[in-house]
Design a protein around this ligand. Structure first.
Ligand code: NDP
Length: 294
């Protein structure tokens, strides 16, 4: 059996277009232009690419985009000052501080300073807590994108066995919490898990968020399972260049799974699309209006 390939690129284009249509309605009917600010500290090349792509996507969706760049030597107070200014700016509805931050800046202190209503990355503990107890919350973009793809592929997830490999605060834990909200029976696996292949084989839904190239082999996958590969790993090629691979050995897993996301072109494009969707949601909540149906 060869798995259905879940096309994150095509799906993300739909989500982005929908965000754009909502922005048009908000502008026309409410004179509201959602605004997203991205704060970048330092010059990490990968972060610069992400920030540029986020800014471009924001403008394409018709929103206001602001980019704040601080030197790699910026103090924690300087970063906090920027966050406080953005919290108070009524034209900015979403604030994203690009991680990682330089070591002199306490990441938790900065995330904690973001107004939870403007926390479009969904990393503030208030949003983590609200999501966990089933209240409206800003949900982290990557797990949200994974959940959208799962629901699009499988429909109702109720009762399915879900295994999330990885327990980071930005992917693994919120992913597990979202799957629990969808009534899955959830197992969270991590570096101390015993017999990980056997744990994975029990999964109807297998989400890999580890950061280890092709760690999850084809014979770890239950026949017919849906596999979501969050991993982005760059590995050397014979010609001296590099290529991107996920945490799942795609060539093996595709022969066993029922559906699978590729890397690249799976989860990655969904993350920015969900950031736009979250910014629209945040703008509507701050303005006290219902999100437009489009
Ligand atoms: P972290 O490094 O924060 O977390 C990795 C997790 O994997 C940890 O919980 C760790 O366990 C677990 N782990 C490590 N080794 C093993 C092992 N041998 N067996 C089982 N579990 C293991 O990573 P992130 O969650 O931030 O990211 C995970 C991957 O997803 C990375 O490749 C990253 O690049 C990618 N990513 C992709 C995004 C996208 O938009 N597509 C967005 C964010 C991340 P323990 O807690 O015990 O140490």
């Amino acid at each position: 059996m060869t798995a259905t390939i879940i096309d994150g690129k095509a799906f993300s284009a739909r989500v982005r277009a929908e965000a754009g249509r909502k922005v048009m309605v908000l502008k026309e009917q409410h004179d509201l232009t959602p605004g997203l600010a991205v704060v970048l500290v330092g010059e990490d090349p990968a972060s610069q690419v992400y920030v540029r792509n986020k800014g471009k996507a924001t403008v394409e969706a018709g929103m206001k985009s602001e980019e704040i760049r601080l030197d790699v030597t910026a103090t924690e107070q300087e970063v906090l000052d920027v966050v406080h200014r953005l919290n108070a700016d009524p034209t900015i509805h979403g604030i994203l501080v690009q991680l990682p931050l330089p070591k002199q800046v306490d990441e938790m202190a900065v995330l904690d300073a973001i107004d939870p209503m403007k926390d479009v990355d969904g990393f503030h503990v208030i949003n983590t807590g609200r999501q966990a107890v089933g209240l409206p919350a800003m949900v982290p973009c990557t797990p949200l994108g994974c959940l959208m793809m799962l629901k699009d592929t499988l429909g109702d997830l109720s009762g399915l066995n879900a295994v999330v490999v990885g327990r980071s605060n930005i992917v693994g834990k919120p992913m597990a919490s979202l799957l629990l909200s969808e009534n899955c029976t959830v197992t969270i696996a991590h570096s101390r898990t015993r017999d990980l292949p056997a744990v994975c084989r029990g999964a109807d839904i297998l989400v890999a968020a580890v950061g280890r190239p092709e760690m999850i082999r084809g014979d770890w996958v239950k026949p017919g399972a849906t596999v979501i590969d969050v991993g982005i790993n760059r590995i050397p090629k014979e010609d001296g260049k590099t290529r991107l691979v996920g945490d799942v050995c795609f060539d093996e897993a595709v022969e066993v799974a029922g559906a699978i996301t590729p890397v690249p072109g799976g989860v990655g494009p969904m993350t920015i699309a969900c950031l736009l969707a979250n910014t629209v949601t945040a703008a509507c909540r701050q303005a006290g209006i219902d999100e437009p149906e489009v």
